[in-house]
Design a protein around this ligand. Structure first.
Ligand code: ADP
Ligand code: MG
Ligand code: MG
Length: 249
């Protein structure tokens, strides 16, 4: 049984169809990468998998652990073990990093998260990520650098321990430090019991991971699939050759 099973998905926003019959499966313990040109629908796909209310599914289905989740709300999907990295742009004075992650953990688990064990684990994970202890008490995103926002994202991943991590790194223009944070953080997170679906243009993010499958998304549908070697091929030759000499998407 697949962890994630998307069949014939059509979805859009404000009456505009963006995903046009997309099918994709991710097995348990696997790392999948989605590649595709700008505007092909990658971020839309992530948001639709997570159930972002802005997007409407008009046909097809999304199953998670064999259960149809197409109609579930975002928080219900989060409780089932889905996680979408969000680079929360807002600064939230008054909410510390620790508070924010603990609140998210409680929302996802549906249980009260005891402070002391939570703190212990947070401290341990922060040490592993080489994050200074005082970071936990800083207000969320207030004056955060790009790298610090990335650290927060990875810390969430390690603390929330989702079954499926959806990571959309596409438009973030990561600097060298941020790339390393993401790369090491995702590698630390990933094990045989969870899966990752990663959108990235920066293949250095994948250096510490074994990529099981690559999907190429163009114009709202998967046009090519293959193993990790497809990344190298696309880096070398670009996207258009996939569609032949016409280059039409
Ligand atoms: P990608 O992440 O692959 O760059 P997106 O999923 O962000 O692609 O966008 C796919 C297409 O959908 C683009 O043509 C984009 O302009 C359009 N789109 C995305 N969000 C909206 C929106 N809120 N309203 C209208 N069009 C949108
Ligand atoms: Mg693996
Ligand atoms: Mg995008």
């Amino acid at each position: 049984e697949n962890l994630l099973d998307i069949k014939g998905l059509h979805a859009g926003v404000e009456g505009k169809e963006i995903l046009k019959g997309l099918s994709l499966t991710v097995g348990k313990g696997e790392v999948h990468v989605i590649l595709g040109p700008n505007g092909s629908g990658k971020s839309t796909l992530m948001n639709v998998i997570m159930g972002h209310p802005k997007y409407e599914v008009t046909a097809g289905s999304i199953a998670f652990e064999g259960e149809d989740i197409t109609q579930l709300k975002t928080f219900e999907r989060a409780r089932k073990g889905l996680f979408l990295s969000f680079q929360t742009p807002e600064e939230i004075p008054g909410i510390s990093v620790e508070n924010m992650i603990r609140t998210a953990k409680q929302a996802v688990s549906g249980e009260r998260v005891k402070l002391l064990p939570f703190r212990r684990k947070l401290k341990e994970m922060m040490e592993e990520l080489k994050i200074k202890p005082e970071y936990a008490d800083r207000y969320l995103n207030v004056g955060f650098s790009g790298g610090e926002k990335k650290r927060n994202e990875i810390l969430q991943l390690l603390m929330l321990e989702p079954k499926l991590a959806l990571l959309d790194e596409t438009d973030s223009g990561l600097d060298v430090d941020a790339v390393q944070i993401v790369s090491e953080g995702v590698a630390k997170f990933h094990n045989e019991d969870n899966s990752c679906l990663i959108i990235t243009h920066n293949t250095r993010i994948l250096e510490k991971l074994t990529v099981d499958r690559v999907h190429v998304l163009m114009n709202g549908t998967i046009v090519e699939e293959g193993g990790a070697e497809l990344i190298e091929e696309i880096n070398r030759r670009g996207f258009t050759h996939i569609l032949g000499e016409s280059g039409e998407a």
